[in-house]
Ligand binder design. Structure first.
Ligand code: PNS
Length: 160
């Protein structure tokens, strides 16, 4: 029996097939997986937070154990509020490791009861990122296999 709540935080601008792969793996491990979109005023995102949440809800609706929410402020505060014991993050390659390690250790310093769990997405997605997806979309390249069809449509509409 699964008895835990995990948070999968990120920018998700936009959600990719790599994110979805991780959500699918996380959904099997935890009672509840909360996909938490950071409302970050500093960045200039392609999609608004509301659009990102809408796309995430659409592509995760087959999983009853997955919720999509927005969060502000410190991740550890949000985790406490949601009674989550785990932060889920994906590591695609060794280049992700340093940043992820720093974040995980800082979060541990801020809240020692919170564990960060790293999972590997399928190797097909090891080179995939939202940043590259946005660039390919902006330059009119093919997006098939990189993002769900609904996200591809939204990207095309946004760019045109
Ligand atoms: O998808 P991203 O942009 O790599 O996600 C980064 C995210 C949202 C996980 C990180 O920026 C975050 O947790 N921000 C919330 C503010 C916070 O808690 N900062 C301290 C982290 S050690």
């Amino acid at each position: 029996m699964k008895t835990s709540i995990a948070i999968y935080p990120g920018s998700f601008d936009p959600v990719t097939n790599g994110h979805l792969d991780l959500i699918e793996r996380g959904e099997k491990m935890f009672d509840l997986l909360i996909v938490a979109v950071l409302r970050n005023a500093e960045k200039s995102p392609l999609f608004s937070v509301a659009e990102r949440v809408e796309m995430l809800r659409e592509v995760t609706r087959q999983w009853s154990g997955v919720e999509v929410e927005v969060f502000d402020g410190l991740l550890v505060d949000y985790a406490r509020k949601r009674h989550a014991g785990v932060i889920l993050r994906g590591i695609r390659a060794i280049s992700d490791y340093e940043y992820e390690l720093q974040m995980a250790l800082m979060n541990r310093k801020l809240e020692p009861r919170l564990e960060t769990v790293f999972m590997l997405p399928g190797e097909t997605y090891s080179y995939l990122s939202s940043k590259l997806v946005r660039e390919i979309a902006q330059l009119g390249g093919p997006l098939q296999g990189l993002v769900p069809p609904v996200v591809e449509e939204r990207l095309r509409a946004k760019i045109s």
